[in-house]
Design a protein around this ligand. Structure first.
Ligand code: AMP
Length: 279
């Protein structure tokens, strides 16, 4: 049975019991509307910890856009059923007031690596994410935390502040899970109408085609420009970024002289899709 816990105090009691028995706690932080991507993290946690907590909290502090927060999909009953099937011990689903009580005044802010890409297009997003994850690590006392490579920059940011703040949790990155047509699974995919849903997998196809050309020695800029032109011509509304970055530190990269990733954020109507692949 998966137990739903809604307060930090009740969670602390539950975790204290586990810790007394020497158990290793794994946590999977999410915003709910769970899909196979989230469940793959829960499975990794199950395999690598004695007890598993999945947190579901749509964190207002990490949304830089009010309508995005309002329309973000929520489906707690279904989430609970999915977690039950995965043998997750606790669904921690606190309310906003539980996480940010009256007088809350602290922000965890990471510099450098948060500045490009998502940081440039979603001001405040990483402060909100880092703050809530710091709180979730404190509340769950987890020894391991599982994050998806789907949000590559987020994974780097979490690793950074965990090291910087000596938080005693090991961060484990897990591969991106995709639909059969290649589209990276995302809760926001539920918001795509049928036409946009049919178009969406082109993003991953173009990213793969670009990566193949780059590996074959093609010059980066023309390859990226051509992929972007194809996506816009096909019906993507806008491209926030579609670029190469170093795996370490996310520095701009113009060739493959170091390990690089191709990272992209695009708008399909009112829905923003992000994806990244190793090159
Ligand atoms: P979210 O609910 O979107 O905040 O995501 C919660 C966690 O699930 C994050 O660590 C994400 O990177 C991860 N995640 C989301 N989508 C996927 C996916 N398609 N494959 C693997 N992990 C994912």
């Amino acid at each position: 049975m998966t137990e739903i816990i809604r307060t930090a105090e009740a969670l602390r009691e539950k975790v204290a019991g586990w810790k007394r028995s020497g158990m290793l706690v794994g946590v999977v932080p999410t915003m709910g509307a769970l899909h196979e991507g989230h469940l793959s993290l829960a499975r990794a946690a199950r395999a690598q910890s004695d007890r598993v907590i999945v947190t579901v909290f749509v964190n207002p502090m990490q949304f830089n856009n009010a309508s995005d927060l309002e329309t973000y999909p929520r489906s707690e009953a279904q989430d609970l059923a999915l977690l039950e099937a995965e043998g997750v011990d606790v669904l921690f689903a606190p309310g906003v007031d539980e996480v940010y009580p009256e007088g809350f005044a602290t922000t965890v802010s990471v510099s450098g690596i948060t500045e490009p890409l998502e940081g440039a297009f979603r001001p405040g997003h990483f402060d909100g994410m880092a703050t809530v994850c710091t709180k979730l690590f404190g509340m769950t006392q987890a020894g391991r935390a599982f994050f998806g490579e789907k949000d590559w920059q987020q994974l780097q940011v979490v690793q950074r502040f965990v090291r910087d703040l000596n938080i005693p949790v090991r961060i484990i990155g897990c591969p991106t899970i995709r639909e059969e047509d290649g589209l990276a699974m995302s809760s926001r995919n539920l918001l795509l109408g049928p036409t946009d849903r049919a178009l969406a997998p082109l993003l991953h196809r173009e990213m793969q085609a670009a990566a193949t050309q780059l590996r074959a020695g093609a010059q980066a800029q023309p390859v990226l420009d051509e992929a972007k032109a194809t996506l816009l011509a096909a019906g993507f509304r806008d491209i926030d970024y579609f670029e190469l970055r170093s795996v370490d530190g996310l520095r701009p990269a113009s060739d493959l002289s170091q390990p690089v990733r191709l990272l992209a954020a695009l708008w399909l109507g009112d829905v923003r899709l992000i994806d990244n692949i190793a090159v």
